[in-house]
Ligand binder design. Structure first.
Ligand SMILES: [Zn+2]
Length: 365
């Protein structure tokens, strides 16, 4: 019988050592018996190698593949104790506004670099880009990233554009929520718009069409002209004019036009970015959005269930965050050298102005 993680106290009591944690991950990964993780094999004809290694090892009789519980998952090749993985999952699942790499490093007595990797691997298991919405759907964009000095409030050069597509839940007021038992909560799918792309109808429309069934969807947006052409594809398209301080509009056909669900979502997401991470790189912004989506979409469950839903999603999610020459340079994410945490000084965002200041100084001499 597999015990749930429970609170952090329960976790430490129920899983006191590596063996217990290994059993937990084995049970989570293969509830119906161990099978070969090679995608073209998946044979259940495997045997225990009685390996002297840290982790129990099996060998597949069909394809001779040797594997452990971590093979082919985000934990592949990890040197960290599995107990630290469990605690990290618990911490990240229960932190409402996310947790920073430094915080994770201190909690687990590991370095900053492994903590940063650990965090991103856990975020990768929270990713789910398969949402397909119909019904009442809101779409809105926001810009994440701090204000640049001397550039005013509207400056977007250092910001990353994010679009969220939200299927509205059924109950809108607390009274409705109490009345409707088992009602559907609103669900979100957030996508980071490519930083080099301008936010236009084409980019926003492509994401909308990917995650909705247009002829079964009533679209709600603000007055932004980028939705003009996209809106025609949908069964209905309602807008509110935020510029004229209009936030809710009662339509004649009974629909309530607003994007308040999306605004609420961004309110929480921006607090996580500003309050916990202070700065997120454009390249990895999608991972943070996935983490936030995961927590938003599972928010009616308890903390443990949020972590366990991510653990259940580990299979086949190998993440290589760095381009290595040996692997032919193919990685899941492009990675700029100057963003590596080993390089200490976070250049990138501020590199250009610093260089400009230096040039000025030399000129004066
Ligand atoms: Zn096999």
């Amino acid at each position: 019988m597999l015990l749930p993680m429970g609170s952090i106290y329960d976790l430490l009591e129920q899983y006191p050592d590596e063996k217990a944690c290994e059993r937990y991950f084995i049970e989570k990964r293969w509830p119906n018996g161990v099978y070969c993780p090679k995608s073209d094999c998946e044979s259940s004809d495997v045997y225990d190698c009685h390996s002297a290694r840290r982790l129990k090892m099996w060998k597949c009789r069909k394809c001779q593949h040797k594997f452990t519980v971590t093979s082919g998952t985000v934990m592949a090749g990890t040197k960290l104790p599995l107990r630290k993985w469990m605690i990290a999952y618990h911490e990240m699942g229960s932190a409402k506004k996310g947790i920073s790499s430094r915080h994770l490093a201190r909690k687990l007595s590991i370095g900053l670099r492994p903590a940063w990797h650990l965090g991103h691997r856990i975020r990768a298991t929270m990713a789910d880009d398969s949402q397909l919405f119909s019904g009442t759907v809101e779409s809105d964009e926001a810009y994440l990233g701090g204000r640049r000095r001397r550039h005013g409030r509207g400056y977007r050069g250092n910001k990353v554009a994010v679009q969220t597509i939200i299927k509205r839940g059924q109950a809108t007021t607390r009274r409705d929520r109490d009345l409707a038992r088992g009602h559907e909560y609103s669900k979100a799918q957030t996508v980071v718009l490519n930083p080099t792309d301008s936010v236009d109808g084409r980019t926003v429309g492509a994401k909308l069409r990917k995650h909705t069934i247009p002829n079964k969807t009533v679209l709600m947006t603000d007055e932004s002209p980028i939705y003009d052409a996209v809106g025609d594809v949908f069964r209905e398209h309602h807008t509110v004019t935020h510029k004229a301080q209009q936030y809710v509009k009662q339509e004649d056909d009974g629909h309530l036009a607003h994007t308040n669900t999306a605004e609420g979502y961004f309110g929480n997401f921006k607090r996580q970015v500003d309050g916990t991470h202070h700065h997120i790189s454009k390249r990895h912004a999608q991972r943070y959005a996935e983490e936030h989506d995961h927590k938003y979409n599972h928010r009616n469950k308890d903390d443990t269930a949020i972590a366990e839903a991510a653990i259940a999603n580990m299979e086949g999610k190998r993440v290589k965050l760095f381009k290595s020459k040996a692997s032919g340079g193919d990685s899941l994410l492009p990675y700029a050298h100057d963003e590596h945490p080993d390089h200490g000084t976070a250049r990138g965002a501020h590199a250009a102005p610093r260089r400009a200041i230096r040039a000025k100084r030399t000129k004066r001499r």
